[in-house]
Design a protein around this ligand. Structure first.
Ligand SMILES: [Zn+2]
Length: 724
């Protein structure tokens, strides 16, 4: 087993706001619907800025050793001996620890934040608070379907929920509004206006921002003008026949507006179609199924033009994060449209064939969550390590202009950066391997901060120790991201082979060096890796890696982009969905318990059962043909399965214990996830069952791909070959 895999540890999620290793006790009140994060301690070292190592620039942390009565400290990362600045001096106790060790988070905790001084700000100036710009596609189909009206209505409420630094204080985030089809309309919503004013930009080749004063405003000051505008927008374009849209110029305009206001921010774009209007970033339909299973298949995952990549880089350079709500009714080239959201730390939400009565709830939940979630802007991350190993690759919503600085337009609580480490020198079993991840960013209140995460890993020369402590979920996240990154450049067949070979190698190495001798006919899995094969098989069967012409290209591009920014918990659920036997759930109130999940295989279903299946994107409620009538009655308030309306996407509030339990379980599954899952009701042996069965990942795939058992046999063969 290569040393490189051995050290592929997880820094993923270390970045997620508040989910750090050690935290202080909760002090903040509940925060809306998302799980509340405990705020980190904020450390202020005054005008001089945070105390750092002079040589490697690591920040003060528990790995610094104080010596000479407290006058010096030795850096745990590079061993440099530094003078302690006079303001930071403290005496040591009899074991050489500073007397203030317990009072200083940076000496005793894994995670904390520093107040950043002006040296850490752009142009040495304190940053302005971020702004959110709402950009709505008002082409004919969006007006006609009622989507524009829905968005405008909803914005009136969600604007009340803009993120804030302190729960009691008003939000410092300013807002702006743009509508567009093949031209752009900017709105002046200054608080002293009686009516909003529209300014049209027709030159989409070189977008400029037609107004500065009155475009980005404080929501509460301009509330009446904004509500006025949101009431008018659906009417304003009611008679428009414009079908063509632009897309890149929309992002460009939003970014220019942020640039002109000298602030970071987020663009929330609501878009529906392939941008075919004459403008930079114009796209044509290039969905070519003939490329599948050829060396050119990778082209389907690449953006159609270089415009989007350079736009993404510009956005990151200016702290402009792009979130895209996409409502496609046909191919829209997600590989191109989704690139800027992916690289700028934004989110891509996709509602295929959006239908108002079925999909609005899912969309509105996503919109609310997206607006109020914890987010930091204009970030730069550095990962430092002790000697002997180093960070070599990074995966996530990031841009890198050199090998060490990870630049992010924004990072929110649902995104993770996965880091690959390689060790290239001897590691000490006594000292361990130390990692410090520092993220400099701007808060929603406009403060510049440094978030520090410290991690100390044990080292061992024994392979058995390594296998014992391996974390499969993190491995799967890493393998998925590296495979999905590789599809841009390599043939898929080769990537699949590499994944299978790597898995065989890990198991063969274990067998050769760690396992007790056993019959060759037996496949030996280390305890900590028991589930690795099932995850690997599921990854191999994912539509991104499966070259099948019947899977829409946009679906593959979408899933690829999602996984690239996923955290470990989300990728785990995505590749191995949760299947819950609802008929076994205890219904005692007040706290209904979630039944233990069963394996994702048809063999686990029963005709008398009701099962809930969720993978973070989709949620199905499967009803067996012989589901107990009292359960059906309890959940749906109808006498039998035949009476159940399978079109519903929200469970009715029946008030029965069965209903309350199931609704609580659905709510609990949903709360932890970044995307709102639309609930699909599936009756056994009826057509929509196909989509449900697709997620039974232990079975042979409907689109091909081996069952778990078949895959184990294939791995076993590979292991035997390697051992002989
Ligand atoms: Zn150092």
């Amino acid at each position: 087993m290569s040393a490189r895999r051995a050290l592929s540890v997880r820094v993923a999620q270390a970045l997620c706001a508040g989910r750090a290793s050690k935290q202080r006790t909760a002090q903040q009140g509940p925060r809306a619907t998302r799980p509340s994060c405990t705020p980190l301690y904020l450390v202020n070292h005054g005008e001089a800025g945070p105390v750092r190592c002079n040589r490697c620039k690591a920040y003060m942390c528990p790995f610094m050793q104080f010596t000479e009565g407290g006058r010096r400290f030795q850096c745990g990362f590079c061993s440099c001996v530094n003078d302690v600045p006079p303001f930071y001096f403290q005496h040591l106790d009899h074991v050489g620890r500073r007397l203030d060790h317990g009072e200083r988070p940076e000496l005793s905790l894994g995670s904390y934040e520093f107040v950043a001084t002006l040296d850490y700000c752009r142009k040495n100036k304190p940053p302005n608070p971020p702004a959110f710009i709402f950009m709505i596609d008002v082409s004919y189909s969006n007006i006609k379907s009622g989507l524009v009206r829905l968005i405008c209505e909803e914005l009136k409420t969600v604007l009340e929920r803009l993120p804030r630094e302190e729960p009691e204080a008003p939000s410092a985030v300013r807002v702006g509004f743009v509508t567009y089809n093949k031209v752009l309309h900017f709105f002046n919503v200054k608080s002293n206006l009686a009516q909003p004013q529209m300014m049209v930009v027709t030159d989409v080749g070189e977008v400029f921002v037609p107004l500065l004063d009155g475009f980005l405003v404080n929501y509460h000051e301009s509330q009446s003008v904004i509500h006025n505008l949101l009431d008018q927008i659906p009417e304003m374009f009611a008679d428009s026949n414009e079908n063509e849209t632009v897309f890149a110029p929309v992002i460009q305009a939003g970014m220019e507006a942020l640039k002109a206001a000298d602030c970071p921010g987020k663009l929330l774009i609501f878009h529906s179609s392939l941008p075919t209007a004459e403008a930079p970033g114009k796209l044509r339909n290039r969905d070519d199924k003939k490329l599948i299973n050829t060396d050119k298949e990778k082209v389907l995952f690449q953006p159609q033009t270089g415009v989007y990549d350079s736009l993404a880089r510009d956005c990151v350079a200016h702290g402009c994060c792009v979130t895209l709500f996409l409502f496609p009714s046909q191919y829209v080239d997600v590989a191109s449209l989704g690139l800027v959201p992916q690289l700028t730390g934004g989110t891509l939400y996709r509602y295929n064939n959006f239908q108002m009565h079925l999909d609005s709830q899912q969309f509105l939940n996503d919109l609310r969550n997206d607006i109020e979630k914890k987010i930091g802007f204009d970030a730069i991350m550095r990962v430092r390590t002790s000697t002997g190993f180093r960070a070599t690759d990074f995966f996530g919503g990031i841009v890198m202009n050199n090998t060490t600085d990870v630049e992010m337009a924004a990072i929110d609580c649902d995104k993770a950066v996965t880091v690959e480490f390689k060790h290239d020198d001897k590691l000490g079993e006594d000292s361990g391997a130390l990692i410090q991840c520092a993220v400099l960013y701007t808060t929603v209140g406009g403060q510049r901060r440094l978030r520090i995460h410290n991690l100390s890993l044990s080292c061992s020369a024994q392979l058995a120790d390594l296998y014992k402590s391996c974390e499969t979920d993190a491995l799967v996240n890493f393998f998925a991201k590296s495979a999905f990154k590789a599809v841009l450049h390599q043939p898929l067949k080769l990537i699949r082979e590499i994944l299978v070979n790597q898995t065989s190698h890990m198991l063969a190495c274990y067998r050769k060096n760690c396992a007790s001798p056993s019959a060759a006919s037996q496949l030996i899995l280390p305890d900590s890796m028991k589930v690795l094969p099932v995850y690997m098989n599921s990854l191999l069967k994912n539509c991104v890696l499966l070259s099948r012409p019947d899977i829409p290209t946009d679906e593959r591009a979408y899933q690829r982009q999602l996984v690239m920014t996923m955290g470990v918990a989300d990728s785990q659920l995505f590749f191995y969905p949760q299947l819950l036997p609802i008929h076994t759930a205890a219904t005692q109130s007040p706290s209904p318990t979630v039944p233990a999940a069963v394996r994702c295989s048809e063999a686990r279903l029963s005709e008398e059962g009701v099962f809930l299946l969720a993978n973070g994107l989709h949620m199905f409620l499967w009803l067996g043909v012989s589901s107990p009538p009292e359960l059906i009655q309890g959940i749906f308030n109808v006498p039998s399965l035949a009476h159940v309306n399978a079109d519903m996407t929200v469970l009715p509030e029946v008030g029965s214990p069965h209903s309350q339990t199931l609704r609580a379980i659905v709510g609990a599954l949903q709360r932890k996830r970044p995307y709102s899952m639309k609930l699909v009701i599936v009756k056994q042996r009826e057509q929509p069952e196909m989509a449900f069965r697709q997620l039974l990942v232990e079975d042979k795939g409907l689109d091909g791909g081996p069952s778990y058992m078949d895959f184990l046999c294939c791995l076993h063969k590979g292991v035997c070959q390697l051992l002989n």
